[in-house]
Design a protein around this ligand. Sequence first.
Ligand code: GLN
Length: 271
Amino acid sequence: MSTDPYSMAQDPYSVSPHGEGPYRTSPYGEPVPAGTTSALRIVWIYPDLLSTYGDRGNMLILGRRAQQRGMPVELIEVRSDQPLPTTADIYLLGGGEDGPQALAAQRLIADGGLHRAVAQGSVVFAVCAGYQLLGSSFVAKGTTCAGLQLLDLHSDRGPSRAVGELAGEIDPRLGLPPLTGFENHGGRTHLGPDAAPLARVTTGIGNDGATEGAWRGKLLGTYSHGPALARNPALADLLLRWATGTSALPPLDDTWSDRLRAERLAATRAA
Ligand code: GLN
């Protein structure tokens, strides 16, 4: 019998996210045997609090792109009343409204699992509210809330809500094509010296109208919904390369995402 407290499901679709305990699925291949260590483990943090604008799609894209390269994958969804596993490869945070965002930050600080995972070298990809709460503080419903202090940044409120298409030229050190996404946030984010901007904004607001997102080591945050990794498959592959320690992955047929990207980037240029 497995001693892994997170092992629940052998049938990938048999366990409801409303069941007891974090649950795991292997939706693209054979069910991953409990206790196995060879699968790429991807954790979706707090789907009950942080999951606006299709951000759950980021988990599906990562799982799919890993599986297409022959990697077994475990997708683990952890609700806000459950402990985070600390040894997964990739952790995903999505967007959220102010109330759920503040609650998520409190619970993640109390849990401590994400800090332990980062200390062990796990990859974190965070969107919007999830991105803001990786910093030292953010503002929710007029109150300044403590963040996780995993990235050197803090967020306050802007003069207006940033809503619409978001595009930018990504930090050349990451070697990625332009970022495309959709943003909807009231916060503005200010980076300290230990965080690098993910991109220079060409359309939209992002952090502050000039830069968008941030990264350090294997932590990366963005305001881009859409979901971000469906619109930016090269970014998904960067996260997979970080998680697996490989410098290159076999190419995939990205015809459809290339078309989506071309259409969205042309639309932002036309606007
Ligand atoms: N509540 C945050 C803000 O408005 C984040 C919003 C979001 O995640 N879309 O700035």
